[in-house]
Design a binder for this molecule. Sequence first.
Ligand SMILES: [Zn+2]
Length: 454
Amino acid sequence: MSVTITFLGGADTVTGSKYLVAHDKRQLMVDCGLFQGVKQLRLRNWTPLPVEPSRIDAVVLTHAHLDHSGYLPLLVREGFTSKVHATHATRDLCKILLPDSGHLQEEDAAFANRHGFSRHAPARPLYTRNDARACLRQIKGAAFGRVITPIPGWRITFLEAGHILGAASVLLEVAGRRILFSGDLGRNDDLLMRPPANAPTADTVLIESTYGDRIHPKEQLLDELGPLLKKASARGGVAVLPVFAVGRAQALLHAIELLKARREIPRPLPVFLDSPMAVHSTHLFEQHPGLHRLSDKQSRDLSRCATMVASTDESKALARRRGPMVILSASGMATGGRVLHHLAHYLSEPRTMVILTGFQAPGTRGASLASGADSVRIHGRDIAVHAEVAQLQAASAHADAPGLIAWLRTMPSAPEQVYVVHGERSASDALRRRISHELGWRAVVPEHGSIWPT
Ligand SMILES: [Zn+2]
């Protein structure tokens, strides 16, 4: 009996990762992500899955980012009752990220109702904070490298992917087939994370392609970030950094700490981390030593090098402070969260420096800012952009095209089939061509919703 994969998300796009593996009336879903970005994609979150959630036997998460985990509360509310397998750190991060995601969904719905945006009256959230809390009970933590059996006869192993804390590639063995899911792969020279583990032998590989058409510049994070912060602080401006609460926030804090130690930026320059989620995630580095490159002392320093902003009142009080200062705040693509208040407040001020810190999906405010928009809409108001906007090239938590190829080359033998996923169409196509030309392997870019053999 064959083993098939249905690409329910993360195919043709970077978000919404959901790969349903089916064999002999059993079904396992690898990743359970939210679609994010342009409205047309976000609407997919509202379309019921082609599979009854109650008929799925297990879920496996590669990592905690919402585009890999954020659909879980909905899957559980709609009837999924079995276990969700993830690494220990991923489970800990989900406890922080998923309830916050529910909270944001509720806020968006309430905001739409107050301002009459929604076509539905009243607008309802995709899921609530309580839905998110309820699904956490089903997440079971596992160690890297240990074989677990989510379904009788199905074996999975988590391998380090070097992307964020707890991030894994997943090897699934079923019916004599070995299927390798890369998950999001980190880079070899990340400040915080160790490089991805070598890829094991597999028959079928699903590889991400976020930067499948890119070569990261040799630029190191410190060389890029230092001059920008120095410039902003010299003119008394505020540096606003929209950050991904998990991963990039911590890498940037560590980088700022190093820049201060090297006296490349003024030691007294005040730094604020204004994201409760990022604050909690920062503490997790202390709780999971050995999963990253930081020493115990460096992990502790990470929590001390910035003023952690807890309450909304403290967050709003930041707007009354004068520069120079640095504010790191979520979300990383400026799609929501507290960073919106800071952007609304500081974007029209020419002394401000906005530093984008990672991939900006099309349709997000971050992408508009990166492309030089004159204004962006925040909370129903058009805000003129007079601030300087910079985008860090070195801050990505993803491998570039040569990095992805190098990871595939670590496989002891060629797989029969490679599926290129988790990328915009052009990036996935570029990586597919590279895999055929450089490795001579069969590679395809599956379409959203399509079913393929393994
Ligand atoms: Zn990710």
